[in-house]
Write a new protein. Sequence first.
Length: 361
Amino acid sequence: MGPTVLVTGAAGFIGMHVSRRLLADGHRVVGVDNLNDYYDPALKKARLAQLESAAGFRFVRLDIADAAAVDALFREERPGHVVHLAAQAGVRYALTRPFAYVDSNLMGSTVILEACRHHDVRHLVFASSSSVYGGNFKVPFSEADPVDHPVSFYAATKRANELMAHSYAHLFGLPVTMLRYFTVYGPWGRPDMAIWKFTEGLLAGTPIDVYAGGGLSRDFTFVEDAADATVRLLWQPPVRNGHPGDGSPREGEAGSTGAQAGTDPDPARAGRPDTSWAPFEVYNIGRSDPSTVNELLALLEQRTGARARRRELPMQPGDVVRTCADPSKLRAAAGFEPKVPLAEGLGAFVDWYRGWRERRA
C-alpha cells in the first residue's frame, strides 16, 4: 500500500472524490471531518459509506480547530502528505454566520499548518477558491492577477489562507500548493449550490431563484476532473528557490539548472517581479469554458424534461458577474486537461440526484 495521505473534509464533496481517487491508486487515506450541520449530515455520512467500504481508509471525526486532537492524530498517523479541504463554504452564509468561517477557515487552517510544520509533512495541498478573484473583470483569471479586493467574507478567508500558507512555506520550508477551485459540481454535490437547487426545483416543480436575469456566468468544473488535478499535484511538491542573500541561485538565474539565465520558467510570473523564494505554488482548477446561468438552466431542463418555474431576483451581495480560469499554469505543471464538458457532467449529476432522491424518499 502507498504512503498515508491525510484528507481533511473527507466527508465533503471534493474530499470524498479525492479520497476515493487516492484509495483507488493504492494509498492509505486517513479522512477527517466534523460532520457539521451546514447541510444535511446524512449526505456526508452517505459519502463516508462509499469510502469506508474500501480497504485502506480510516475515518476520524474531529474538528480541525481542536489543536490538541489534530496534533495527536498527526503523531499517531505520521502522514507524509496532507490534502486540506475542510472549510466553511458558501458566499451568502457568511452574511449571517461569519464566525463559522473564522473558526474553520482561519483557526482550523492554522492548526493544520502547525501540525504539518511540526510533523514533517512533505507536501500540503490546500483548497482555495476562485472567489479570491473578487470583482476582477479581466478574463480569463490568471494566478498572477491581483487578488486584493474580495467581495465576500468567504473569499477574504480563502485569500487569508493563501497568505498564511505562504508564510509557513517561507518561514519553515513547508511545501504548499494552493488550489483555486472554479465552481466544482457533479455526483454527491452540495445542496447549497445552484446545480443541486435547480435540479431539485425542476424535478419537484417548485420555483427556482434566478439572480440578475440569469446572465451571471461561471466556469463549471466537473468533480472528477478537479480530483484528478488535485491528486496529480499532490505528488509534485514545489521547491524552494534560492534566497537572494544565501548565495544559492534562484530558479531562472545564472547558475541554476533547467532554465535560461535571467528568465522565469513559470509563465504565471511573466511580467512581474517574483519576490517569493518559498516552496509555494498556486494553481487554478477550471475548464476556461464559462456558461451563463441561463445556459445551465436550459441544459438541466433538457436533461430532466421539466420546465423551470423562474423567480427573478436581483444580484445578491457577495456575488460576482463571471468567473473564468486560465489553466495554462496547471497544464504546464501537471499535463492536466479537463475531460468532462458541462452537458455530460450535468447528465451525471442528474442521474445521481434522481437515485439519491429516491433513496431519501
